[in-house]
Design a protein around this ligand. Structure first.
Ligand code: B1M
Length: 212
């Protein structure tokens, strides 16, 4: 579909000024919001990352692409939240792990989980382990979710888990993890109950926790 290609290109080239109009055009023309997210926005971010990895693009290019995706998401977010969002199914505390500044995937997980009726406590990026502990004590969530995009800072996850254990709250929550370099094996290695490779999958797994 041409409009999906146009949105893909706008994201890949960081055209954050033009992307809103394209997204509106796509939605008015009946394109499913999920297709815009998966086939255009997320797919373009993968291309940008690959080109950054190979030295074809630079940091400012990644930043502009991120800005384009975030601008597009402002239009799409309300559409991803259905009537389920009115029901409070449970609470999720979520953050990007210590040392990691990536938040687009985490924000997508939040949107999908809110759409399923979860209350979200978003701790943001580069979250210190103690902040997760404090949030668990304050909000009593069913789920604590870690997002991680950097191979290096995934190494901080055991520290996050240990902080929860030391505070005596690890067993009071179900842990979840996701992000581009994360695998099921990684989650299993640290006893993390939920692994999902995308935001919709994460929201589905969260639902299973509160429905059981
Ligand atoms: Co960065 N970056 N970046 N970056 N960046 C990656 C991740 C990288 C793969 C690019 C590359 O080199 N090919 C690479 C990591 C390599 C590695 O460790 N394996 C990388 C690097 C190296 C860096 C820096 C170190 C660059 C530098 O400074 N030299 C630096 C690190 C800064 C830091 O964090 N300390 C850096 C910085 C940045 C920007 C700030 C410029 C920007 C982030 C802006 C922002 O987030 N606000 C940025 C971006 C945009 C990217 C890429 C291009 C795109 C990431 C993204 O938003 N994707 C990325 C390339 C890539 O991932 N292929 C890259 C779209 C998003 C929807 O996907 O986040 O994967 P993602 O989320 C997915 C799933 O992973 C999943 O759901 C989403 C889809 O539905 N998911 C979960 C995510 N969290 C989940 C949690 C769950 C479940 C599922 O449960 C809890």
């Amino acid at each position: 579909m041409a409009i999906l290609d146009d949105i893909y290109q706008a994201t890949a080239t960081g055209n954050y000024k033009g992307i809103k109009a394209l997204v509106k055009e796509a939605i008015d023309g009946g394109t499913a919001p999920h297709d815009i997210v998966n086939k255009s926005l997320s797919a373009a971010m993968i291309e940008v990352g690959d080109k950054f990895g190979s030295g074809e693009l630079y940091m400012p290019d990644m930043l502009l692409a991120a800005k384009a995706m975030q601008t597009a998401m402002e239009e799409i977010k309300p559409l991803l939240k259905g009537k389920e969002a009115m029901l409070e199914k449970g609470t999720v505390v979520i953050g990007t792990v210590k040392g990691d500044l990536h938040d687009i995937g985490k924000n997508l997980v939040i949107t999908m989980a809110e759409g399923q009726g979860f209350k979200i406590v978003d701790l943001g990026i580069d979250v210190d382990p103690i902040k997760f502990v404090d949030a668990v004590k304050e909000y009593k969530p069913q789920i604590v979710a870690f997002s991680g995009l950097l191979t290096t800072t995934l190494g901080n996850i055991p520290e996050h888990i240990k902080a929860l254990e030391d505070a005596g709250v690890r067993d009071k929550v179900v842990l979840a993890v996701g992000g581009a370099p994360v695998t099921r094996d990684f989650a299993d290695r640290y006893g993390i109950e939920i692994y999902a490779d995308d935001a919709s999958g994460a929201a589905k797994e969260f639902l299973k926790v509160v429905e059981n």
